[in-house]
Ligand binder design. Structure first.
Ligand SMILES: *Cc1c(COP(=O)(O)O)cnc(C)c1O
Length: 383
């Protein structure tokens, strides 16, 4: 939903552009931090969802830490004043340079994804004369019931250390003197809307936590990752995800040992609904079943529909009448997958109309490319 003033402003800005509503973002962050705070849960924001400075500034303001998956993100978090004891670093393929950067910044924790990585991290920590705090990312073999490209916690996926390797890894850690084992880490996928998936995760984590307790090992941190989904169909009536239900479920099902902290890594749920991609209709073209509305934004600006068959709500911002026509809303890129929605119900739409592609605040701008040498969409913020 955009105010009349906002729509007037949109007409003065060169399309396509990303529009971020900072009120929605602020309200979302406030709600998330209140709900998590009830149980003393710690939340690190997954920078890869959206790493714009203004977004990071607000994250910092509301007390979120930073969950990074590259050296570039670690550097961005440092540059945006996240304190180093609130920066964690995950990823299956950390390069030596990235590890050294994170060591130099004394980040809070490396979420380590393989035995090979443990050995390299130890060598680099020895060379740098540092101790690296580590959490072991465990692949819990829990199905996230989401798109297969964003499922990460099944044994067939590349992420994490398999459950049956855990005991061997713990033994190995005794010989890796520059690593300090502080936690278990899990992240099973993204856009998870079926909360029972998180219950399954809790039960799996409980088993592992009990197993470690039986060996007199109590990791200080249980990090259950992120993945909470949002409602792409109702960006206005469900702008803020149900954080109460989400954190409440963990409180109900996760059994922690005395002194253990619970950490989360949310990305999408915090930022998706505050953003829209605003684009202009260039041409209407007749098709066989439906007409095409060809817009000036493409998959180079927002790749989610092409990459994951993702749904985004599409609205005509110029003609606010009832949706009585159907259009395939497509971009200018030379790929048939450059389509934002098929048979989208819209009011009669003509060249020059502004179109909003909603819920584009997460995994939108960050995944933009220069494909076809099309310019990037700029970021515009609510005032
Ligand atoms: C991407 C990612 C997240 C965030 O996922 P969302 O679905 O955006 O909440 C959290 N942790 C790790 C390790 C990730 O790779």
């Amino acid at each position: 939903m955009f105010s009349a003033d906002t729509l007037t402003r949109f007409n003065t800005i060169k399309t396509p552009f990303y529009y971020y509503n900072l009120d929605v973002l602020g309200q979302t962050l406030k709600q998330a931090s209140t709900s998590a705070g009830k149980y003393n849960y710690h939340v690190h924001y997954a920078l890869k969802a959206n790493s714009n400075d203004k977004v990071l500034e607000l994250m910092n303001h509301y007390g979120f830490g930073a969950d990074c998956v590259s050296g570039g993100e670690v550097q961005r978090a440092v540059d945006c004043n996240f304190s180093s004891n609130k920066i964690v670093f995950a990823g299956v393929g950390k390069s030596d340079d990235e590890i050294n950067l994170a060591l130099a910044n004394n980040i809070f924790c490396f979420n380590v994804e393989s035995v090979a990585e443990l050995k390299v991290l130890n060598e680099l920590a020895v060379a740098a004369n540092k101790t690296a705090r580590i959490a072991l990312r465990i692949n819990p073999n829990v199905n996230a019931n989401t798109h297969k490209y964003i499922t990460t916690g099944l044994e067939e996926n590349k992420f994490g250390i398999n459950v049956w390797e855990l005991d061997g890894v713990l033994n190995l850690l005794n010989n890796l003197s520059s690593l300090e084992f502080i936690g278990l880490h899990f992240h099973i996928g993204s856009q998870i809307t079926d909360l029972s998936v998180f219950k399954n995760l809790c039960l799996r984590v409980n088993e592992l936590n009990q197993h470690l307790a039986s060996k007199r090992i109590t990791p200080k941190i249980i990090n259950v990752g992120g993945g909470l989904g949002i409602n792409y169909h109702e960006p206005d009536s469900q702008a803020i995800p149900d954080f109460e239900a989400y954190f409440g479920l963990f409180n109900q099902f996760l059994e922690v040992q005395p002194g253990q902290e619970v950490h989360f890594e949310l990305g999408r749920a915090l930022v998706a609904q505050c953003g829209s991609l605003i684009t202009k209709v260039l041409y209407i073209k007749n098709g066989i079943k439906t007409n095409f509305a060809i817009v000036d934004a493409g998959m180079n600006n927002l790749i989610r529909p092409a990459l994951y068959q993702a749904y985004h709500k599409i609205e005509n911002l110029t003609n606010l009448n009832a949706a009585v026509e159907k259009y395939d809303v497509v971009g200018p890129i030379c790929e048939s997958s450059d389509c934002f929605g098929k048979a989208v119900a819209l009011p009669p739409t003509v060249r020059g109309h502004l179109i909003a592609i909603r819920s584009a605040g997460a995994y939108g701008e960050v995944m933009a490319s220069d494909y076809n040498l099309k310019p990037r969409a700029e970021a515009v913020y609510s005032v």
